[in-house]
Design a protein. Structure first.
Length: 94
């Protein structure tokens, strides 16, 4: 088995390999579920180097980033948002 050097990202070769139809399905299901939990998804121009931010129940994504990165940001920032606000909405997330 090849070893991965510390500066390499495991799985980085998978970036860009998901078919567009699968990414659209991922976005549709993820965004629908996130909104149903009471979160707001907003597109807004952000100052570089920011590509996405979260503030409580609001997730903001810069529309200038590619769609694959938007999917990543949505899921990543949702995870951080849940960690941040989980005590106050724990009953909704169970």
């Amino acid at each position: 088995m090849d070893t991965v050097r510390g500066h390499e990202l495991a799985g980085s070769r998978l970036v860009g390999s998901l078919p567009s139809s699968d990414m659209v399905a991922l976005w549709r299901e993820a965004s629908s579920g996130i909104v149903k939990y009471g979160f707001v998804i907003e597109y807004r121009d952000l100052e570089p180097p920011r590509t996405g931010i979260f503030d409580g129940l609001r997730i903001v994504i810069d529309p200038d980033v590619g769609f694959e990165m938007q999917c990543f940001l949505l899921l990543h920032l949702f995870g951080h948002s849940v960690q941040w606000v989980a005590p106050s909405i724990e009953h909704k997330l169970a």
